[in-house]
Design a protein around this ligand. Structure first.
Ligand code: IVH
Length: 669
């Protein structure tokens, strides 16, 4: 390929890739598959490898891979990037309208045309396009001097590297807008950071800023940044006459622009938009902190001019903030239905997003550690939508030295039984704790535990609500008269439930250990414990040291078993069950199975089970199944129409049995 041909092809590929990028990242409406897109990219990368002199800075291949830098260069904004005057309520918005008219010498009842659009909570940025190509990107900085973040901004996929439309495109254009992170991406990013042991960001705005101002653009590239254009700086060529048309122009050039937006005749329509957006703010993929109301006519912009800090033609109408600072007065503990004890911070009351907040959940003790939060700390409190208020972070500058650490709970706040750690949580060990009794019953009766049919969640709730069950053992003291009074119970269902309870009274030790609900003891641990201790009495007497000697029992588990039995109420509850006739089967010493360590071969069809089932039976008894007969074979099981393996076994003098004998051997007949 000649250089000339290669150049043409590279151009063609770039145009195509740019267009598909736009369809995917700006319109969210791709017209080719990911594979086809990747193929185009691959072709371009190949070509640029062959002809490196053809690489241009705006080539889609250059979005990533730029080397880290020492620091940021300074960029001077040709038109200062000002800030906006704020309004916090509707009166202040109306006041802005009145002020605008006064300044323009208009009558108070004149109608000014405004554009209302979302105020995105990100980081403002200016991007210079020369001849329709991305050339320079800078942060707002102090408004006059910004930082050169070109390689970082280049990695933002929704930003065109060249204009989508060439005709009448301005030869020089400064595009202004917001670098953002979608809320969902923000949550994901924070989860990843926490997983890696790094500090999460307090909000999407900080995440966007932190990701953009990275000396290593490869870090920026790994962050899901987005760009929404809301205006322009300097422009060569004929400037549109209104802000509405500026946004339309930007859209045609291939940018994401501030949407939804509304062209408003008069401030009343802007107020409507304000109310509507605040109401719907949770349904947007970006975090919005208000709307921006801008006079539409650029001619009026000239007339209105700017103050030192902000233009007179625009207003930021803020929504109620969802993050406020407050102080933690104390920490109390809450018990959930599963016995999980969560720390709750009591706060100096603050109004957040229109609601007074005086408590915030700290979730668990991993969270307390992660936040490094103490009683007395000043913290950032957040409330979004209808979720419970959260503590986002501690403001370390406000520490006085008088703060007190938040200690793990020693006791359950409801029943004052011991609290034991289970992962990130503390749990109440009392199986009859009123806060969790329903859950305890439900677990106790569940299929893999005591398997008491008819004692599900609904019934458990009823029994506790009506006071028929005050501790777990009470389920074995239910009588038909009381049960018949329960809504939905009739003779038949009462009889079924009582029979199911009766049937459950002779559980294996493993089942009973699992059912009783010791924190940290699941089905597997229950089996391990049953095999080791053989009886409930032995388990009850076990010391921490003894428990720790068992393979498969860790420190947390051992501690919670000991705490469980230290709790008098737990021992009494179990005693009470025994008095009701419950007897736990002792775990018998398993005698060595005749198949342990033996190699078994099957030949011919089995009538009572499949080959897989037969294999599982052998394996369960410690034997192995082989496919061919050799001198190492210990036993051959012969079914209908056996094959050559049968003769071979006879030749080698290996023990041969039939299906019936096999079933006896494995204890199934
Ligand atoms: S117009 C003269 N429109 O808000 C400044 N700004 O507080 C004109 N912002 O620095 C700004 N969304 O970063 C404008 N739709 C929007 C915006 C918006 C967010 C940010 C922008 C600006 C800050 C001012």
């Amino acid at each position: 390929m000649t250089l000339e041909d290669a150049k043409k092809l590279a151009e063609k590929l770039r145009e195509e890739i740019n267009y598909h990028n736009y369809r995917y990242y700006v319109l969210n409406d791709p017209v080719i598959s990911d594979e086809e897109y990747d193929e185009l990219m691959r072709q371009l990368i190949e070509l640029e490898k062959q002809f490196p002199e053809l690489i241009t800075p705006d080539s889609p291949t250059q979005r990533v891979g730029a080397p880290p830098r020492e620091g940021f260069e300074t960029v001077t904004h040709s038109v200062p990037m000002l800030s906006l005057q704020d309004a916090r309520n509707e009166d202040e918005i109306r006041e802005f309208d009145a002020r605008t008219k006064r300044f323009l010498g208009l009558e108070p009842d004149a109608v000014v045309e405004y554009v209302a659009e979302p105020k995105f909570d990100g980081l403002s940025c200016e991007i210079v396009y020369r001849e329709g190509r991305f050339t320079l990107a800078s942060t707002r900085g102090d408004g006059v001097l910004g930082e050169d973040v070109t390689p970082n901004v280049r990695t933002i996929r929704s930003l065109p590297m060249r204009f989508l439309k060439k005709e009448n495109a301005p030869p020089y254009l400064e595009v202004r807008g917001e670098v953002l992170i979608k809320r969902r991406d923000f949550e994901k990013l924070n989860q990843e950071l926490i997983k890696r042991g790094e500090k999460p960001f307090a909000n999407p705005r900080n995440a966007a800023a932190g990701s953009l101002r990275q000396l290593d653009p490869n870090v920026t590239a790994s962050r899901p940044l987005d760009f929404v254009a809301w205006g322009i700086g300097l422009m060569e060529g004929e400037r549109p006459k209104s802000h509405w048309k500026v946004l339309a122009m930007l859209e045609e050039l291939g940018f994401k622009t501030s949407t939804p937006r509304r062209l408003c005749r008069g401030i009343a329509e802007a107020l409507e938009f304000y109310r509507k957006l605040e109401e719907e703010r949770d349904s947007f993929e970006y975090e919005l902190d208000g709307i921006v109301i801008k006079v539409n006519s650029l001619e009026l912009w000239e007339k209105l001019g700017t103050t030192a800090r902000s233009p007179r033609w625009a207003l930021a109408a803020k929504f109620k903030p969802r993050q406020k600072t407050s102080r933690i007065i104390d920490v109390v503990y809450n018990v959930g239905r599963t016995g999980t004890i969560t720390p709750v911070a009591l706060l100096e009351p603050v109004e957040v997003g229109g609601v007074t907040v005086s408590r915030a959940s700290l979730h668990n003790f991993d969270e307390v550690e992660r936040l490094d939060v103490q009683i007395g700390d000043t913290v950032l409190v957040q409330r979004a939508g209808d979720v419970i208020p959260q503590i986002v972070m501690v403001i370390p500058e406000k520490r006085t030295g008088k703060e007190k650490p938040i200690l793990p709970p020693k006791q359950c706040p409801v029943c004052s039984a011991q609290a034991v750690r289970e992962g990130a949580y503390y749990k109440c060990v009392n199986i009859s704790c009123p806060a969790k009794l329903v859950q305890s019953i439900k677990h106790f009766a569940s299929r893999r535990a005591m398997d008491i049919e008819g004692l599900g969640g609904k019934t458990a709730e009823l029994l506790v609500e009506k006071g028929l069950v005050k501790d777990l053992a009470d389920v074995y003291y239910l009588n038909p008269q009381d049960l018949l009074k329960l809504p939905g119970f009739a003779n038949k269902s009462v009889q079924n439930l009582l029979e199911a309870l009766e049937r459950s009274k002779n559980p294996s030790l493993a089942r009973f250990i699992y059912a009783i609900g010791i924190p940290n003891v699941g089905e597997y641990t229950a089996q391990v414990l049953a095999r080791h201790f053989r009886s409930w009495e032995n388990l009850e007497k076990a010391s921490l040291t003894e428990l720790l000697e068992i393979k498969g029992v860790g420190l947390e588990t051992a501690r919670s078993i000991v705490s469980f039995f230290q709790e008098t109420r737990n021992r009494e509850t179990v005693e009470k069950m025994f008095r009701a006739g419950l007897t736990v089967q002792e775990e018998k010493e398993k005698k060595e199975s005749p198949l342990a360590g033996k190699t078994v071969v099957f030949t011919g069809a089995l009538s009572s089970m499949t080959r897989d089932e037969a294999k599982a039976l052998v394996e369960a008894q410690g034997g192995t199944v082989s496919n061919s007969v050799s001198r190492k074979t210990d036993l051959v099981v012969v079914g209908e129409n056996p094959g050559s393996k049968y003769q071979r076994a006879q030749q080698l003098g290996i023990k041969i049995i039939n299906e019936e004998e096999f079933l006896k051997l494995v204890g199934k007949a």
